[in-house]
Structure formats: C-alpha cells, structure tokens
Design a protein around this ligand. Structure first.
Ligand code: NAX
Length: 328
C-alpha cells in the first residue's frame, strides 16, 4: 500500500476548516490513490467542536482517510507532518487595524514555526492561510531555521482564482481557457491583479477587455471581493478559500499545467523589484516535484511596477511591526 501523507491543518474547527478537511480526505489534493493522515490543531476552547467535525469525517467513510489526530498541542499536530496548512488565526474584529491583527496573530506563528522546525517531517511544506498571510508566513519561516525557506508559502490563490473568474465572466470564456493571471504582492488591498500577460486561447486578454475595464471594474472587484462576500454572506469566504488552498497545494505538489503559472506568495529574492526578505506573491511554475520557480523575464508595465513597489512597501511596514518577533 502507498505510504500515507500526513497533512496538518490548524484552525480545523473553523469555517474554512469545515470545507477544507472533507475535500482533503476525499483526495482532492493528492488524488484517489494517496492515503492521508489528518492532524488537526485547535485551541482548547474549540476541541469540542473539532470532535464533532471528526465525527462527521468518520461518517463520510472516506476510503483515503487512514487516520485522524485531534489536538491542541502544536508538537503533536506537526509531528511527522509532510504538509501543513496553517488556517488558524484570530479574525479581525471591529476597531482593530492591520497592525493590531498582526500583533494578535504573530505569537501563533512563532509557536507553530518552532513546532514545524522541531517535529515536522524533513520534506515539510507549508501554506499559510490565516491573515495577514504574508507576514504570518514570514514569522513562521523565521522560527524554522532548519527548514529550507522556500518551503514556506502564503495564499494568494483565492485572489488569483477570483481574478480568473471575473475575466471569464467579462469575456464569455471558460475559466479553463484563461492562462497566465498574476497577483503580485500582499494579500491585502494593495495586491496587484495583473492581466497584462493573460491569454484567452491565442488572444491577449487586455486587447479583449480594454484598459478602462481592467482599471475601473476588474481591479476594484478582485481587490474588494473578500469584503463583498462578507457583506452578502455575513461571514468571510470559506469554501472558496478552502478550494484555493487545495489548488495551491495540489499545483505545488503535482505541478502547474503546461504554458500556465499560478500566483503563490513565496520568499522574495528581489525579483521584479519586490523587496527582499518578505513573502511576496509572484507568478510561479511548479514542475510537479514539490518545487516551484518564480517566472523570470516578464516585461512589467510601469503602472504595475508602481503597484509592486507600493505593495512591497506595505509588506516592509508589516515586517517592521513584528520585527521583535522574527527569529533568525
Ligand atoms: P474561523 O474563525 O472560522 O476559524 C479559525 C479557527 O482557528 C478557529 O476555530 C480558532 O479556534 C482557530 N485558532 C485560533 N488560534 C489558533 C491556534 N493558535 N491554533 C490552532 N487553531 C487556532 O476563521 P476562518 O473563516 O476559518 O478563517 C481562518 C483564517 O483565514 C482567518 O485568518 C481569515 O482571515 C483567513 N482567510 C484568508 C484568506 C486568504 O485568501 N488568504 C481568505 C479567507 C479568510 O479570510
């Protein structure tokens, strides 16, 4: 039998967890032949709810779900983990600004970075979903000095998927025919959705939709989509966020499609004028062996370049807020 993959999910009793766990157990990341061990981390107060989620996972009788571990101890949760999806974080409450949220959530990622360093499997790969994702991933990475830095990533895939869907709706194309979308930078209002390299079949997307639509409709819709979902649903995106996490990990593990790339927030090496030493969303190609490469050599429009600069500055400011909490 194939050796099971151990996947740790934090914040497992939350709303994203409730969509994510069932899809992972169903084989939506690694396919129908790969058994899975799910390790689920929660805070003590949410362990009762997590028990209920685990009961439902049991009741699904997923053939691939080899074992489950429910815990409030990061050591137990990350022990032997091959993949970690860090969803658990405190949500932003009324009156909190971004730096309050950073300060509130940073200690979670200090502790989890250390536990990943000390207990995870040697091939551990990490996706951070809990906000503010880029800087939380930076904090965790900085406390896991024995794990190669490129194993820490943060999620801008929901923004990427939202952007593809908006473009598909506008042009009448199928989402599957849209290639080479980019989200640059921070998963925040400064993110830079970029369609200047997008192709729909053989045609350039920008020629089909025009720059005015891109600026006046597309960018505000993509950037404001999270808030629009909250307004409509009374709760933040959950199933679509879980879906994006699955897309991110699946592509990273099994590869991106030929001729295409995906947006992943990864440690910046200064490519495209992004600041070094932050976790920045770039177009990435994954060959299917658990690695990724930032796409090189793209010509960047001056307005997009200015956006890359601004979102990079925001990430540097976030890093400054948590400077005391960064490890090596
Ligand atoms: P919920 O509040 O429903 O669930 C979060 C769960 O995390 C709770 O059950 C809580 O008990 C748990 N938790 C808190 N601290 C923990 C810790 N130290 N260890 C383990 N678990 C812990 O939030 P949910 O809607 O599931 O969202 C989770 C996170 O995803 C939030 O930070 C949210 O802002 C972020 N999102 C990120 C998105 C992205 O595109 N990157 C989009 C969706 C979402 O907004």
């Amino acid at each position: 039998m194939t050796t099971p993959i151990t996947i740790t999910v934090t914040g497992a009793a939350g709303q994203i967890g409730y969509s994510l766990l069932f899809r992972i157990a169903n084989g939506d990341i690694f396919g129908p032949k790969q058994p899975i061990i799910l390790k689920m981390l929660e805070i003590p107060a949410a362990m009762g709810v997590l028990e209920g989620v685990a009961m439902e996972l049991t009741d699904c009788a997923f053939p691939l779900l080899h074992d489950m571990v429910l815990t409030d101890d990061p050591k137990v949760a990350f022990d032997g983990a091959n993949w970690a999806i860090l969803v658990g974080a405190f949500p932003r409450k009324a009156g909190m600004d971004r730096s309050d949220l950073l300060g509130r959530n940073a200690p979670i990622f200090v502790e989890q970075g250390k536990a990943i360093n000390n207990y995870a499997a040697s091939d551990i790969r990490v996706l951070v979903v809990g906000n503010p994702v880029n800087t939380n991933a930076l904090i965790a990475m900085s406390h896991a000095p024995d794990v190669p830095r490129e194993r820490f990533t943060a999620m801008t895939r929901l923004d990427h998927n939202r952007a593809i869907s908006q473009l598909a709706r506008k042009t009448g194309a199928n989402v599957a025919d849209i290639y080479r979308m980019i989200i640059w930078g921070n998963h925040s209002n400064t993110m830079v959705p970029d369609i200047s390299h997008c192709r729909i079949g053989r045609r350039k997307a920008l020629n089909l939709v025009g720059k005015r639509w891109y600026k006046k409709e597309f960018v505000p819709t993509v950037v404001g989509r999270g808030a629009a979902v909250i307004k409509a649903r009374g709760a933040s995106s959950a199933a679509s966020a879980a879906n994006a996490a699955i897309d991110h990990v699946r592509n990273w593990a099994l590869g991106t499609r030929k001729g295409d790339w995906v947006s992943m927030a990864v440690p910046s090496d200064g490519a495209y004028g992004a600041p070094k030493g932050v976790i920045f969303s770039f177009p990435c190609v994954c060959p299917g062996d658990g690695t990724y490469q930032i796409v090189e050599g793209l010509k960047v429009d001056p307005e997009i370049q200015a956006g890359i600069q601004a979102t990079g500055e925001e990430l540097l400011a976030e890093r400054a807020v948590v400077a005391d909490l960064l490890g090596s």
